[in-house]
Design a protein around this ligand. Structure first.
Ligand code: GRF
Length: 213
């Protein structure tokens, strides 16, 4: 059984989609901890629903980011995870932290990286007038929203898309994308060569790009 720790800050719908997939599709994996950076993250309720162990490492109690990173790493490492999954985790993590989890720290970002790293991605995509938008699952690199791309989900931006509608269309894709990408890791089918992700032993139905309606 592979061991997964999920880090959240907010709503937690990606945590929910991962917990659902793991349970329903009987992955050889378990979520061994859900760690939130604050006590009020609504997503903690999904952890309860799936009877997952939770811990809060409250960033507001640390004056220095490096101290928060160290406390967070200690909480993670106590659970001896194979993979650490950022699911709407809103803190920027330092170099030491990122290096400690190299190759096993995943993030989901609501844009087609490298376009639109950072916040307010849907608004910025609409302002830029892009015809295609989406989400990316990637290994975490040193810069914000950087690192080898594992898989992406894309959709055509429609005339009726305002920020709210576009966000919910992308989120629906995220809920398919993250379980798909994480499962490749659980099955030990991902290699990184020259900074690029290669899927080994490809199977029918594998797609590093999902298309949404
Ligand atoms: C998602 O859009 C994810 O891509 C981004 O933060 C949001 C988290 O949503 N990193 P949720 O908390 O999983 O509902």
């Amino acid at each position: 059984m592979k061991r997964i720790v999920v880090l959240i800050s907010g709503r937690g719908t990606n945590l929910l989609s991962l917990a659902q997939s793991i349970a329903e599709d009987r992955w050889r994996a378990q979520i061994v901890g859900v760690i939130s950076d604050g006590p009020d993250a609504p997503g903690l309720r999904y952890a309860k629903q799936y009877v997952l162990e939770t811990e809060v490492v409250d960033f507001r109690t640390f004056a220095v980011r490096a101290d928060f990173d160290r406390a967070l790493a200690a909480a993670i490492d106590r659970r001896e995870p194979d993979f650490v999954v950022l699911a709407g985790f809103m803190r920027v993590l330092g170099r030491e932290f990122v290096d400690h989890y190299a190759g096993r720290l995943l993030n989901i970002h609501p844009s087609l990286l490298p376009a639109f790293p950072g916040l307010h991605t849907h608004r910025r995509a609409l302002e830029a007038g892009v015809a295609v938008h989406g989400a990316t699952v990637h290994l975490v690199g040193h810069e914000v929203d950087s690192g080898p791309i594992i898989a992406q989900a894309a959709l055509a931006v429609g005339a009726g898309d305002d920020e709210t509608r576009l966000a919910s269309r992308v989120l629906a894709l995220e809920h398919r994308l993250y379980p798909m990408a994480l499962r490749w890791f659980v099955e030990d089918r991902v290699r990184v060569e020259d900074g690029r992700v290669v899927l080994v032993e490809p199977r029918e139905g594998d797609a590093r790009c999902l298309w949404g309606g």
